[in-house]
Design a protein around this ligand. Structure first.
Ligand code: ATP
Length: 645
């Protein structure tokens, strides 16, 4: 399938060929090739060179004069003659070989260049060429007078065979006729003018020359002002003008023909362009699809190739590694083999050495064994002798043992009898123990009964205990005397005497006589040396009565620094320093722990301070605590601080 450019070139070549065929058809009567003839058909027509020579001769009569004495039978020499004319005109030629078997485009272009050259010059060049070559006698034609433009076209631009053209005035002479200077036309003799008119010099003259003639005659007539032009000059003028008109009409006809050809070609081109556009559109779509498919295939193939390449590379790397490993393994194995063989050699040598040593050793051992064998034989003999003696000894011993056994059997009999008596004794003991155990059971039962009555007894005890407390007094007042603090003068004590039954005599140095002493009586006086534990031991029974449902209140009273905090809380955290509060709680927890199988107690503690008639919660972390109130309840002795922690 050719390209668009190739197709266009083909169309162009066809058109150019058709142009040549059309032109030759108009120029040569025997040329009857159809316009759509092929290169080969045109080649066949032109190959003998005669058509080419006829064309040149028709366009430029006499141009082949001198070099062309008639159409040669040798086609190559005809073609060469034509080519020599073309070369002389300076037009592009062609090679004979091209005409014989090569491309026809150079021949077509040569002929079209000849046509264009001739049309542009309207015969000027041709006349020049014709003038350079001697005129050739031509055969007369049957049709005399002026030709019609159509006839001219069919017969060629210039009919060299016209009877009116004198061969005498052709060429150099005709040229001379149109080279007069100004003022010469009116003075031309009549004979000269008629010779000019009758000859073919008008036909052969270039159009420029003809126009110069007309202008010259008109200028001369204007210069003379009389307007009188000789009749013969007028005749010449009319002929010249006729010739010019004739040429113009030929040109017009030629242009019309060219136009119609161009229009036909244009239509043809348009249809061809449409066909090509359709073809191109179809091709474009197909091309697009094909390109897309190709791209897809390219991508897939590329990815496959990449994948295969990658796998190949990985295989290569793996194989290289395996190869390296294998080589390493082989090297290792070779080294191991070498080491092993070395070791084996050493081992073999050692073994050989050991074998020889062993052989020696075995020889020695064999000798020793032989020696020992003889020795042992001797020993066996000795042992046999000794064993005989031993067996005799054993038989003696066996007899002794038998007698011993008999004695033993007798003893066992005695033991059996004594064990019988022991058994009887054991039985009697068992009976005795059984009685005792049953007695213990009875005792235990009594104990269980006593335990069952324990709570009752306990309650009775408590009742009695509380009664004792009550007898001691529901309100008891103790006095504790604080020792002097470091730095205080111990001699200035006011305590004069402390009695056994709670009496204390206080002296007042500011008063004299009887008023200087005062006796106070308490339930008990604790002197300065009395410990915290001793103070608590007197309070403890009161606290325990709480567990039996009694309300107890213990408080310390005294002036500042007299030892209230010391007595109630204690000076430190050690157990000895504990005051009444700690000891009371500790005692309550101890008792509740001991009685946990019997009773369950709940202990709650509140700690408040009453200072300046304000109650403060000592267990609260809240600094800005609200004011606490002391409330009396309906319960006996009930005073509570409900908002305290
Ligand atoms: N029995 C005692 N033995 C030794 N030192 C004591 C004794 N009683 C009190 N003190 C000491 O006396 C000082 C005053 O005691 P404490 O602070 O208990 O007095 P207070 O009555 O609570 O005073 P306040 O009313 O100002 O709080 C403390 O240094 C304390 O250690």
């Amino acid at each position: 399938m050719g390209t668009f450019g190739g197709q266009f070139e083909d169309f162009h070549a066809d058109d150019r060929r058709a142009e040549v065929i059309d032109w030759l058809g108009g120029l040569l009567p025997e040329f009857d090739l159809p316009l759509d003839s092929s290169d080969e058909e045109l080649r066949e027509y032109l190959i003998d060179g005669t058509a080419l020579c006829y064309t040149a001769d028709k366009l430029m009569p006499g141009v082949l004069e001198g070099v062309w004495g008639g159409y040669a039978s040798d086609h190559r020499s005809n073609v060469k003659k034509f080519l020599s004319v073309i070369a002389e005109m300076g037009l592009p030629g062609f090679s004979v070989k091209d005409l014989e078997e090569g491309s026809m485009s150079s021949i077509v272009e040569c002929l079209l260049a000849l046509r264009d050259n001739v049309s542009a010059g309207l015969g000027e060049n041709m006349s020049n060429y014709a003038a350079k070559t001697p005129s050739r006698p031509v055969a007369p034609v049957s049709t005399p007078g002026r030709r019609s433009p159509g006839e001219d076209r069919r017969r060629g631009l210039w009919d060299a065979k016209s009877p009116q053209r004198s061969p005498l005035l052709s060429g150099q002479k005709a040229n001379e006729v149109f080279q007069f200077k100004r003022g010469q036309y009116t003075d031309l003799p009549a004979a000269k003018i008629s010779e000019m008119i009758q000859s073919n010099s008008l036909d052969n003259a270039p159009t420029q020359s003809l126009l110069r003639v007309v202008n010259g005659i008109l200028d001369e007539s204007i210069e003379r002002k009389r307007g009188e032009i000789p009749h013969r000059v007028v005749y010449l003028l009319r002929n010249v003008v006729q010739e010019i008109e004739h040429r113009i009409s030929i040109q017009a006809e030629h242009i019309r023909n060219q136009n119609s050809i161009i229009k036909t070609r244009e239509d043809k081109y348009r249809s061809k362009i449409k066909a090509l556009e359709t073809l191109v559109n179809g091709t474009n779509e197909e091309n697009e699809m094909a390109i897309n498919r190709l791209e897809l295939v390219k991508v897939v193939e590329k990815s496959k190739i990449d994948e295969r390449r990658k796998i190949g590379e990985q295989d290569m790397v793996r194989l290289m590694r395996e190869k390296e490993n294998a080589e390493n393994t082989v090297t290792n194995l070779q080294q191991e083999i070498q080491v092993m063989s070395r070791m084996f050699e050493e081992y073999r040598e050692q073994m050989e050495e050991k074998t020889s040593q062993m052989e020696e050793h075995l020889t020695l051992r064999a000798k020793e064994a032989e020696f020992l064998l003889t020795q042992s034989k001797k020993r066996v003999e000795e042992v046999e002798t000794a064993s005989e003696l031993q067996s005799q000894l054993w038989s003696k011993k066996a007899n002794t043992f038998r007698s011993f056994m008999d004695n033993q059997k007798l003893s066992i009999k005695d033991i059996r009898i004594s064990s019988q008596s022991i058994k009887q004794e054991m039985f009697a003991l068992q009976m005795k123990w059984r009685d005792e155990i049953s007695n213990i059971g009875l005792d235990l039962k009594g104990l269980v009964d006593a335990a069952e009555n324990y709570h009752g007894v306990l309650a009775e005890n408590q009742k009695l205990f509380n009664e004792v407390q009550e007898l001691k007094g529901n309100i008891r007042v103790y006095c504790r005397v604080r020792p002097f603090l470091p730095g205080q003068d111990g001699k200035s004590t006011a305590v004069d005497y402390i009695g056994e039954n709670g009496e204390i005599l206080i002296s007042n140095p500011s008063k004299q006589g009887k008023d200087g002493y005062r006796m106070f009586k308490f339930n008990k006086i604790f002197n300065t040396h009395v410990s915290q534990a001793e103070v608590f031991s007197d309070i403890q029974p009161l606290i325990r009565s709480v567990l039996d449902g009694f309300n107890v209140c213990i408080f310390a009273y005294g002036q500042t620094g007299s030892g209230k905090t010391y007595t109630m809380s204690g000076p430190g955290k050690s157990k000895e320093d504990w005051g009444v509060n700690y000891r009371a709680l500790n005692d309550l927890f101890d008792i509740s722990l001991k009685r946990r199988n019997t009773f369950s107690y709940e202990v709650e503690v509140q700690m408040v301070e009453i200072y300046n008639e304000q109650v403060r919660d000592l267990l609260s972390n809240d600094i800005a605590q609200k004011r606490l109130g002391i409330w009396s309840t309906s319960q006996p002795n009930g005073l509570v601080v409900p908002d305290a922690s």
